[in-house]
Ligand binder design. Sequence first.
Ligand SMILES: Nc1ncnc2c1ncn2[C@@H]1O[C@H](COP(=O)(O)OP(=O)(O)OP(=O)(O)O)[C@@H](O)[C@H]1O
Ligand SMILES: [Mg+2]
Length: 552
Amino acid sequence: MVDTIAAEEIFKELKQHSISEFFRKNSQMLGYSGKVRSLTTVVHEYVTNSLDACEEAGILPEITVEVKELSESRHSIRNTDNGPGIPSKIIGKVLATVLSGTKFHRYIQQRGQQGIGGSGCTLFSQITTGKPIHLRSSTGRNAYECDLTIDIKSNKPLITNMKEFEPSSFRGLSIYGEFGETKYENSDHGVYEYLRRTALSNPHATIRLVDPEGKETVFLRSVQEMPKRPKPTRPHPLGVTTNDLRDFAHLSASKKVSSFLTDTFSRMSQNKVEELKGIVANVDFDKDPHTLTWDEAEALVKGFKQVKWIAPDLDSLSTVGEKQIELAMKNILNPKFMSVVERRPKVFRGGIPFVVEVGIAYGGNSGRQTEEGVKGTIIRFANKVPLLFDGSACAITEAASSIQWKRYHIKSFDEEPITLLVNVSSVYVPYSGVGKQAVAQEPEIIEEVKLAVMDCGRILQRYISGEKNLSIQTSKYNTIMRYVSQLAINLNDITGISKEEIEKALRAVIEKRYKHMLEEEKKLQEAAASIETAEQPSAEGENAAEEDSEAE
Ligand SMILES: Nc1ncnc2c1ncn2[C@@H]1O[C@H](COP(=O)(O)OP(=O)(O)OP(=O)(O)O)[C@@H](O)[C@H]1O
Ligand SMILES: [Mg+2]
């Protein structure tokens, strides 16, 4: 007979865990898996926070990242920015409490979304070295330094060694942490490549890296203006689920369901509410939104789908911009040819706006250098943040791999000197994991990326077929021209007309015949020269010819 165990016995073990405890056990979900990736993840979290903070405060970002090797598999990172700083009274909440931040509940395009990144670094330092994070902050009025750890059991901050100092000496935030289980590597997944790509998509930022060997690389800003500030927006009715709607209703300050709807959603006018009243029969629009039930929320969401809505407000989106992408690709890849396309904004899940930008660079230093030669490469970004990992789970890779490159005279994407750059921007990027390294495979996003790549591909195709045609013509022209002098001598013998005169006339006839080709060749040479003389790389210490690569 098999011994049975009573339910009471089994559930004696029941315990509730804090969110910090959950992430301590599952730190790989935050991007802490593998030594190289872990180090890049810390830099990614601090740098995206610095960029967001500077942009929100209207400050052109100056960010310095210093990485030191302390011992094998242990590194320190100091990330310093010139942003607004963080007031001392909330520092524990924002950087030592998991799921606490200023961005999760706002509907505005920013790099951070969840309120996990910064506190995740504090947690990772603590569980791999037992040490706190040290930070110095100055808001201009309030300057202090302190140590931070998380009380993992309660997900509460522990602040120690708090000291105030004169605010005049520094403005911004400087975070220092030590991290175990890490490795610095000059690879496609490494910190250098991460910052290089960040500079590419954020030309308004100056980013410095001091690597473990003490070598300093500066990616100087190539644009002196701040990017267009994305407008905060409200969710569109077509982008919400029943669960979202109920959560919004329960947190609402409105007194009635009808005013809750107009206060919460974009495009929800009083007229639309009246229209909804005619469609959704079982909901009392005068009741308190805090008492909205699941069934009522579900009925409303169904009703939303039956109403004709004006498209979402697109001022909420901020892109890198065609000109900036072109400039960045010229600087870094020095291609023979390139094309950039910014598509018109679209929506996914029925109501969340997003926009796709694509650049293709061909020839020059495009593609990635490998032992078997140059290979095609994809550089992925979401809200201007480089995505170096989890490519196979990403909508961008999925879209690019469905392209029939032969149509665009690319025999095989893998074997050509080609770089495909894709940036997806949205108020809410649907990442496929908490580590935010892959865009979820939403059909509308895949479709838009595909269309943008195809737009770029068509321009590329004209270039490649034009170049092939031109090379056939050029070779014919050169062959004929080689015989002109000899022909002029022979004709001079027969006709007695001077050799120079005959040669001149023959050349004029041939040049007339090949006039179009000669003009095309001149244009190509001028285009190449303009790429060569374009603004030179802004990365001091960086080899502009260095290859780019898809990091998977
Ligand atoms: N360098 C900084 N300067 C000013 N404020 C900052 C800085 N870094 C972080 N913060 C504040 O700390 C909060 C928490 O940062 P954290 O990275 O944990 O979350 P997040 O950026 O909101 O979202 P995500 O988890 O997606 O990164 C931010 O929302 C921001 O308000
Ligand atoms: Mg963040």
